[in-house]
Design a protein around this ligand. Structure first.
Ligand code: HEM
Length: 487
């Protein structure tokens, strides 16, 4: 077939030299809509340019498969560069050999056996979450992000990091950390959309650059607090001693770190063990803790907020989840086991549908290290390719009534859509390492809440407006009303 040059790809008109660079210096809501409108008006892909820098934005499943299924293009894109100052060479941003080594160290941390152990920690956290919501029952509405983020941040710290945030830390540092991440997203987008802020020596002396520095300092001290607490804990010291003794006496294999009697090594322990073996240094550990604390709580928090709102507005789906829980638990008040979670098929459909309509990671980016063909379009090396997951998930040629909440579409074993048209956790070698953890946490949280409370609508899904960030971030708080469930 005939291939057309990059110039023939549709895109907004630019001005000489700067091209589209000035289009982006607008407020973050307008910026979000700028890209959405381009996606609405162009069927499969479009291009933009910042000076000589080329970007192509794709949302055709065939093109997405071409880009992310292989190992070739695993370099992260241009925009991620602005996150480097924060997440550095952590798993999300690194590439090449460094990424490969780190992924190998960290993969066992999300093994089924470890998740089984995490289940009991998450169950305890769900109880606290449910109890916390009791205070909301008399209120006309509840703002979701505060209560949910507290739950997801505590959960990632206690599971992956093996560090319990005490109340003082949750109230003080935890809340500041959550706000810091929110601010960091704003500063990164602010800089990325203003070409004159690209040189570091200029950005660093601007007001936003100085604010970003303060936010980074706060996040570093939260991270160091979490690492130091675990390093000094007697449990961690003991586990590491045992793991080393075992490694000295037995043939070392990947399973060695998984289980020590009934105790399991948390992700942070795996990193501390790898440090002892010279595979990673203290700086590397900090990078991974920053990466997992961010990816491990902000994504699930956004997903839970959106799904709670969707369920509040879809009472039939809520009732079906409750019926499913009744079938599993009968009249017992016991908590869910891993086996119970696998039986929550309808709830799983609701979560999947929530992630389709509102994917928390709504775009991903890769830098082309060699030219690539997207069907009839030829794209040169050096171009940054963005997969617009949000628009991919709402394609009318893939999903029936794409803008409606229809969890039943996921009940089928043979989906009618292209496998690369539904990728909330991405796909291929750089897929989400925490997806099983995330599904487990979300199933536990939603089932625990719905077994006790009814969700009533306040914010309507169609009224939610988003700002540009690395995570799908609503411009205004999302509310629901919690009421006691009467049998
Ligand atoms: C609903 C929840 C979640 C969603 C929607 C989600 C989505 C994603 C997506 C789309 C990617 C690919 C990013 C890219 O290519 O740039 C990714 C990567 C990643 N996610 Fe998640 N994620 C979720 C939860 C989690 C959790 C709970 C953790 C940690 C416990 C986690 C850790 C990571 C890490 C470390 C990467 C980078 C993996 C690599 O490049 O090797 N995520 N996630």
């Amino acid at each position: 077939c005939k291939h057309e040059s990059f110039e023939k790809i549709p895109g907004p008109p630019g001005i000489p030299f700067l091209e589209n660079a000035l289009d982006f210096a607008i407020d973050p809501v307008k910026l979000f809509n700028y890209f959405r409108n381009l996606a609405l008006n162009n069927k499969d892909l479009f291009k933009v340019k910042i000076g000589p820098k080329k970007f192509v934005i794709i949302y055709n499943p065939e093109d997405v498969e071409t880009l992310i299924s292989g190992t070739k293009h695993n370099s992260k894109g241009f925009l991620y560069g602005f996150m480097k100052i924060w997440l550095k060479d952590g798993l999300l941003l690194s590439d090449g050999q460094k990424w490969h080594t780190r992924r190998k160290i960290l993969t066992p941390a999300f093994h089924f056996n470890i998740l089984r152990h995490f289940n009991s920690i998450l169950v305890e956290n769900c109880w606290k979450f449910v109890k916390r919501l009791e205070m909301e029952l008399d209120k006309p509405k509840t703002e979701l992000s505060t209560v949910i983020t507290e739950f997801t941040l505590n959960s990632i710290c206690e599971t992956a990091m093996g560090t319990k945030l005490d109340e003082e830390t949750t109230d003080g540092m935890g809340k500041k950390y959550k706000n810091a991440i929110f601010k960091m997203g704003r500063y990164i987008v602010y800089r990325a959309s203003r070409i004159w802020m690209y040189p570091t020596f200029i950005f660093d002396i601007t007001i936003v650059g100085r604010k970003q520095k303060r936010v980074l300092d706060l996040m570093s001290s939260f991270r160091d607090n979490v690492i130091d607490k675990r390093r000094e804990s007697a449990e961690c010291k003991k586990l590491l001693l045992e793991a080393t003794a075992k490694a000295d006496t037995a043939a070392a294999n990947d399973d060695i770190y998984l289980t020590r009697g009934k105790k399991k090594l948390a992700m942070l322990d795996l990193l501390l063990q790898a440090e002892k073996e010279g595979k990673i240094d203290a700086k590397g550990i900090g990078e991974e803790v920053d990466t997992f604390m961010f990816e491990g709580h902000d994504t699930t928090s956004t997903a839970l907020q959106m799904i709670f709102m969707l369920l509040a507005n879809n009472v039939d789906s809520q009732d079906k989840i409750v019926d499913e829980c009744d079938r599993i638990f009968g009249s017992s008040d016991r908590s869910a086991t891993m086996d119970d979670l696998t039986q929550m098929k309808y709830l799983e459909c609701c979560i999947k549908e929530g992630l389709r309509l509102f994917p928390p990671v709504f775009f991903i980016q890769r830098m082309l290290t060699e030219p690539m063909k997207f069907r009839e379009h030829e794209v040169p090396a050096g171009t940054d390719c963005t997969v617009f997951i949000l628009d991919l998930h709402r394609r009318a040629d893939q999903f029936d009534e794409p803008h409606s909440f229809k969890p039943e579409r996921f009940l089928t074993d043979c989906p009618s859509w292209h496998p690369y048209s539904y990728i909330p956790f991405s796909a291929g070698p750089r897929n989400c390492i925490g997806q099983k953890f995330a599904m487990m946490e979300m199933k536990l949280a939603i089932s625990s809440v719905l077994r006790r409370y009814k969700l009533l609508p306040v914010t309507k899904p169609d009224d939610v407006v988003f700002i540009t960030d690395f995570i799908l971030r609503p411009s205004h708080p999302i509310y629901v009303k919690f009421a006691r469930r009467q049998d």
